[in-house]
Ligand binder design. Structure first.
Ligand code: NAD
Length: 339
């Protein structure tokens, strides 16, 4: 049996990527929508076979409690709203998938974990790259010794912020976004460094820069450069930016080979190569829809009562580390991380 999913927030990402991926899911089906825009919700429901009686808004959201067709709620709202809708969703007795970043404060992440625990419901953070085959291959190669001893990782995520678009308007507001390029896309660089090494950083140093007088960066930062030191001695040099052109890549430098994944965290396309003494070798594996894979992962965990691979604790760890990145930049010195 397929589990029933409700999507909360019918914005750019939900409508263009997530909703179209449901027909590819084997264990999950879209059965309900939550939106502040009734006309949009009606249209999307009709296009996707969702029963109009299963359209909710932000006021009657809690009455999802009375709808047995809905097993899981997927929160795809601006970052600072994730906590409230996760907590209310868990209190309505539903399992929760929540978009990245999990929340805008460590306290909110902890409240979300506690609420789901109290309700006896699963909480998963939608770190799609950890379900995507090329990233999984990169992890296997790096951790399986095929690159030799790992030395350095570089990871870069950038795009141009354009607040004329609705999805970028709230991203320029600190209250809704929590921060700038780091919280939005630098989190992919941070994630990559953590999942490639399989380690937690013990020290972080960071610098921020925003173009002076650029109105986009009045409240949130443009560029973040950060270095993570791992217990094994691996150091990761990461950047994120709202000012440089589309980049979503990482490289893993080992004593034998260098792995490049570029793009690494795109929606539908990935390029993996290994280079060493013998030259450069492209590796092709089958592209799969990562959204369907991650959605089905949570459904399977619910059906088999397993813990998701990327639970709330994983989202909390990234928010803690991003706060340390901001702290290091603010103080102008490295921050030691106590794990
Ligand atoms: P978006 O602005 O297109 O969508 C947000 C939705 O929330 C809109 O439908 C908007 O109407 C609704 N909303 C409700 N209350 C709002 C308020 N007070 N202010 C603004 N919008 C409000 O943004 P998006 O790009 O779809 O991002 C939504 C979430 O998904 C974010 O947390 C983002 O980080 C995440 N996201 C993840 C990925 C990924 O690859 N995993 C990609 C894009 C976005």
């Amino acid at each position: 049996k397929k589990l029933g999913w409700a999507i909360v927030g019918l914005g750019e990402f939900a409508t263009k990527q997530l909703i179209p991926s449901f027909p590819l899911c084997k264990k999950s089906k879209l059965v309900a929508l939550v939106s502040g825009d009734p006309a949009k919700a009606q249209r999307i429901a009709a296009e996707n076979g969702v029963d109009p009686k299963n359209i909710y808004n932000y006021q009657n959201y809690d009455s999802l409690r009375d709808n047995p067709e809905v097993d899981v709620i997927y929160i795809v709202l601006p970052n600072s709203m994730h906590a409230e809708y996760t907590i209310r969703g868990a209190q309505a007795g539903k399992h929760i998938m929540c978009e990245k970043p999990m929340a805008t404060t460590v306290e909110d992440c902890e409240k979300m974990i506690a609420a789901c625990q109290k309700a006896g419901r699963k909480l998963m953070i939608a770190y799609r790259a950890q379900y995507e085959p090329y990233n999984l291959k990169a992890i296997e190669l790096a951790q399986g010794g095929q690159l030799g001893k790992l030395k350095v990782i570089t990871a870069d995520h950038g795009r141009i912020l354009d607040p004329a678009k609705p999805q970028d308007k709230w991203r320029a507001e600190k209250k809704l976004a929590g921060g700038g390029s780091l919280m939005d896309i630098g989190i992919y660089s941070l994630q990559a460094a953590r999942y490639i090494t399989g380690e937690e950083p013990v020290e972080i140093s960071a610098m921020l820069h925003s173009t002076p007088h650029d109105p986009r960066f009045k409240e949130v930062e443009e560029n973040v450069n950060f270095v993570l030191r791992f217990p094994s001695g691996v150091q990761a040099n990461c950047t994120s930016s709202y000012g440089y052109s589309d980049t979503k890549r990482f490289q893993v430098f080992g004593s034998e080979k260098v792995l490049t994944l570029d793009p690494a965290t795109d929606y539908y396309e990935h390029h993996l190569s290994l280079s060493g003494k013998e030259g450069k070798q492209e590796m092709k594996i089958k592209e799969e829809n990562q959204f369907a894979l991650e959605i089905d992962h949570l459904s399977e965990c619910i059906q088999q009562n397993k813990n998701p691979k990327t639970p709330g604790e994983e989202g909390l760890q990234d928010v803690k580390l991003m706060m340390a990145i901001y702290e290091s930049a603010r103080k102008g010195k490295p921050v030691v991380i106590k794990n």
